[in-house]
Design a protein around this ligand. Structure first.
Ligand code: DX5
Ligand code: ZN
Length: 221
């Protein structure tokens, strides 16, 4: 299994001090920055776009920026995020007219590509594209808001995707997003996840390093 990645979701950061918040979670041991893009159309909330991603790069952030697109349409924002310094770009299959084309566009823009599964999205969307993906993201909440509770149905989904990834023999990260906490991350890791998004669990606590260390210890146990 590839090594554990903690990806704090900046949705729960203090946006008035975003550069400092990202510096703080990276200094606290996080590997990636999870960047939630919501459009008030595909999901009922509105967040941040390529300008903010570019501002983080200009600020000096060098960690991988893991862009989670919750937007429809998908394709026209992809080159903008690539130009803004995104490292990985993931999208929801229901939001794309042509899933294969969106994946190709992400790769042609120089980024890694991920496909995101809502709690009720069937895994059949992986059938013809798994070998083109760099990441599969399983949502353990319905997308749109931070601070929701982990839906246990995600565990079975993780186990099924872990099996598909292992069978493929390819280096594909398996990411979980929504309601991840210190007290459930071990079970989530056992179900097959290797990449863990956490928003409120990290930014809601005063000591980011303590939370991230506790998460890593739980994953390693
Ligand atoms: C939800 C977002 C998540 C969210 C996670 O639509 O994709 O990344 O910020 O927040 P927590 O960890 O608080 O559930
Ligand atoms: Zn997310």
């Amino acid at each position: 299994r590839s090594s554990c990645v903690i990806a704090p979701s900046i949705l729960s950061a203090d946006f008035a001090r975003l550069g400092a918040e990202v510096d703080a979670v990276i200094a606290a041991g996080a590997e990636w920055v999870h960047f939630d893009v919501m459009d008030n159309h595909y999901v009922p909330n509105l967040t941040i776009g390529p300008l903010v991603c570019a501002a983080l790069r200009k600020h000096g952030v060098t960690a991988p920026i893991d862009v989670h697109l919750m937007v429809k349409p998908v394709d026209r924002i992809i080159p903008d995020f690539a130009d803004a310094g995104a490292s990985l770009i993931s999208f929801h299959p229901e939001a794309s007219e042509h899933i294969d084309r969106s994946i190709q566009l992400i790769h042609a823009s120089g980024c890694k590509a991920g496909l995101v599964f809502n709690p009720a999205t069937p895994l059949g969307y992986l059938d013809h594209v798994l070998d083109q993906l760099d990441l599969v993201l399983i949502m353990s909440v319905n997308p749109g808001f931070g601070g929701q509770s982990f839906l246990p149905s995600a565990l079975d989904k993780l186990r099924r995707v872990r099996e598909l990834i292992d069978r493929s023999g390819r280096d594909i990260r398996l990411e979980i997003d929504g309601g991840v906490k210190v007290d459930n991350i071990a079970e989530i890791a056992r179900a097959g996840a290797d990449t863990f998004v956490a928003g409120s669990a990290i930014f809601g606590k005063p000591d980011y390093a303590a939370v991230i260390a506790a998460m890593k210890a739980a994953v390693a146990q």
